[in-house]
Write a protein that binds this ligand. Structure first.
Ligand code: SF4
Length: 106
């Protein structure tokens, strides 16, 4: 049973939750991985997989490996041109890109 006092306390607690504009979340999430980023260099990330020196991996031909079919490419749109990559702290990577961390989607 909820009393009026409990209701007011819950309302006050909710009022303390900072309101983050959705636009700022989108802007943060929309940052692309720069090609000169140290992690990108370490993983040999490229925005065009055909420019990468790939090798067959986990039974998948090198030429078939792109971000769009990587486990770390986070999107429900298989053909998305850009999407967050879990390996790069959810910054955007190019769908036709590739890096050495490529793993096939499960
Ligand atoms: S981990 Fe996968 S999605 Fe992320 S950059 Fe490398 S190949 Fe692309």
């Amino acid at each position: 049973m909820s009393t009026r006092r409990q209701f007011l306390k819950q309302g006050a607690a909710l009022a303390l939750i900072p309101l983050v504009p959705a636009a700022s979340l989108t802007a943060h999430a929309a940052a692309k991985v720069p090609l000169d980023d140290p992690a990108a260099k370490a993983l040999r990330y490229v925005e065009d997989a055909t420019q990468a020196n790939r090798a067959d991996k986990m039974g998948v031909a090198a030429s078939d490996q792109v971000c769009q079919n990587c486990r770390f490419y986070v999107t429900t749109d298989a053909g998305a041109a850009w999407a967050p990559c879990q390996l790069f702290q959810n910054r955007l990577v190019a769908g036709p890109g590739w890096c050495a961390g490529w793993v096939p989607k499960a």
